[in-house]
Design a binder for this molecule. Sequence first.
Ligand SMILES: Cc1ncc(COP(=O)(O)O)c(C=O)c1O
Length: 212
Amino acid sequence: MPPKGYLERLREICDRHGILLVFDEVICGFGRCGAPFAAQAFGVTPDVITVAKAITNGNAPMSAVIVKDEIYDTIVERAPGEGIEFFHGYTWSAHPIACAAASAALAIYRNDRLFERAKSLSPYFLDQVAALRSLPVVTDTRGYGLLAAVDLKPGPAPGERGFSVLRRCFETGAVVRVTMDTIILAPPFVCEQGDIDTIIGLLRDALKAESR
Ligand SMILES: Cc1ncc(COP(=O)(O)O)c(C=O)c1O
């Protein structure tokens, strides 16, 4: 989690020195933080945002770079005689299947009001995650929106315990992600409270098994 005032200070320092501020919103973009982008959730506007994953709901490979008008105009809208567009020849740029998946995903996010749904489910989800702190193997939890992390006491080797929990969860029906000994939870926006209970219940069982 960015400490209070951290992003504001970054913005201020970048402005003072003419540095472009880039937010990597590959995970936290598209509603994960209960707002379209974390930039909006935290009230700090970067110059560049990188996105991927949820842009197509993960159904087709696609990533994108969002830039402010000034940068776009400098790169793409050069007046005749001022130079040429900064051209990148990626093989799969704007692939029609990925574009169709992105258009469909964005329409569903909007029509089903899924970002609002993520925001309203968030307090329940974060409470359930925080309750895991009572387990001896959990050292800390944190989260925002529908994104949370559970830090574990390291096992015999770095990352071993995290992977063991991932495997136990997978075997019982919950897909979690790990970064070394931290479990990452990012439930789908169509979850009901009962689904959150199921996910947290399966994770709790896996964590209890680790303590034995
Ligand atoms: C925060 C974050 N940024 C970037 C990436 C990588 O994105 P890509 O595969 O689109 O390069 C990941 C992948 O998980 C990520 O979690």
